[in-house]
Design a protein around this ligand. Structure first.
Ligand SMILES: Cc1ncc(COP(=O)(O)O)c(C=O)c1O
Length: 375
């Protein structure tokens, strides 16, 4: 990132005299970024990975890009597990087009309800289906492949929000039958903020939301439709892409031990929280697959207060709805939400023990915990 910031602010292919990568390191990095993304996603055409300003930008492009082509009355299915980066574009789309949106809920095991989905698809075939691969509230990974397969059988376009899953588990659009896949660089892939990806499968047609300069076909009055230029108007986020490329290189070559530690630490945090009386874990199946986030509440202590108490004891966490408001109706945690811990492979077993110790402390000493912090 530093190298790119220190180099001449030029874009290879658009500026003369910068064909030498030492003068313009971005060109080869963009190429490498797309190649590594193609490997990560197990797709053939690296040009189908558009670099965006993040997952929100990618999801807006996917939802509006497809949504604006749908006829009035078209049916869209999404789920109660979605982030506002999915829910809000769909709500705004509804305001502008007369589409109908159905929110799929969970079955008794906490999985997206496959039986209800099959019935919905048969009764009222959707034109568009948008699902998250993993919940950003509970960490639960949903088996999206069979749902998308069912949706594609009736001709729906499928959009996967892989924001929470990418990096932590394989995300392969072809195996999952996902036409569009969105994710950011800065979560499980440990890249910088402000960059993301929208993978668009060959054969999917979508208008770009952002149009403008691409450095090619400047005499064309309309934006070029070839990928990736179709979804990449304007000057790219050069340092962000450079950082993302480095993160993808690390993910491909050196991340195995990190991922192993991350899984171990997350499992140990989950098991530890489960064992603390007065702590309620949300979506905790012994054989469920989770990405390394966990949501819980304390009996008799508000989520907000718990956040303050944890912070005062050196534990960083997030509290509230986590931008996924419908999830909390399903979990029974509305309107307050939950306390969420996130684990990374950079953490140590000692830190997990420390966090569990603080949670235990807060869970078993409700009467004195507020006074302690005041002092
Ligand atoms: C499931 C999910 N989708 C989408 C997003 C939006 O990602 P970004 O903030 O990178 O645009 C997030 C971020 O928290 C998320 O957790």
């Amino acid at each position: 990132m530093t190298e790119v910031l220190q180099a001449m602010p030029a874009v290879m292919g658009r500026t003369h005299g910068v064909s030498d990568p030492t003068r313009c390191p971005l060109g080869p990095l963009v190429q490498e970024c797309r190649e590594r993304l193609a490997t990560l996603l197990d797709v053939d055409d690296m040009h189908h990975n558009a670099l965006t300003a993040g997952a929100t930008a990618a999801l807006n492009q996917a939802i509006w890009g497809i949504g604006l082509t749908l006829p009035p009355g078209a049916h869209i299915i999404t789920s109660v597990a979605e982030h506002n980066a999915v829910l809000r574009p769909l709500r705004h789309l509804q305001r502008h087009r007369q589409v109908r949106v159905t929110y799929l809920g969970f079955d008794a095991t906490g999985a997206l309800d496959a039986g209800a989905f099959s019935r919905l698809v048969a009764d009222d075939p959707p034109a568009l289906v948008v699902f998250t691969h993993a919940s950003n509230v509970t960490g639960r990974v949903y088996a999206i492949g069979p749902l998308f397969e069912r949706a594609k059988a009736v001709g729906a376009i499928t959009v996967l929000d892989a924001s929470q899953a990418i990096g932590h588990r394989p995300v392969h659009p072809r195996a999952l039958q996902a036409d569009l896949v969105a994710f950011p660089a800065h979560k499980g892939l440990l890249g910088p903020a402000g960059v993301g990806v929208l993978y668009m499968a060959p054969g999917i047609d979508m208008e770009p939301l952002l149009v403008g300069g691409t450095g090619e076909d400047s005499d064309a009055v309309f934006h070029p439709m070839a990928m990736p230029a179709r979804l990449e108007a304007g000057t790219p986020n050069s340092p962000g892409i450079a950082g993302f490329t480095a993160a993808l290189r690390w993910q491909e070559q050196d991340s195995e031990a990190y991922r192993h530690r991350e899984r171990e630490l997350a499992a140990s945090l989950r098991a530890g929280l489960r064992a603390i009386p007065g702590v309620r874990l949300y979506d905790d199946l012994p054989d469920g697959e989770y990405v390394p986030v966990v949501s819980f509440t304390f009996d008799g202590l508000s989520v907000e207060e718990a956040g303050h108490q944890l912070a005062a004891r050196g534990i960083v966490c997030r509290t509230g709805l986590h931008c996924a408001p419908l999830m909390h109706n399903a979990l029974g945690t509305a309107p307050e939400g939950t306390i969420r811990f996130s684990v990374s492979g950079c953490m140590t077993h000692e830190e997990i023990k420390q966090a569990l110790g603080v949670v235990t402390d807060l869970a078993i000493r409700p009467a004195i915990r507020s006074q302690e912090v005041e002092r």
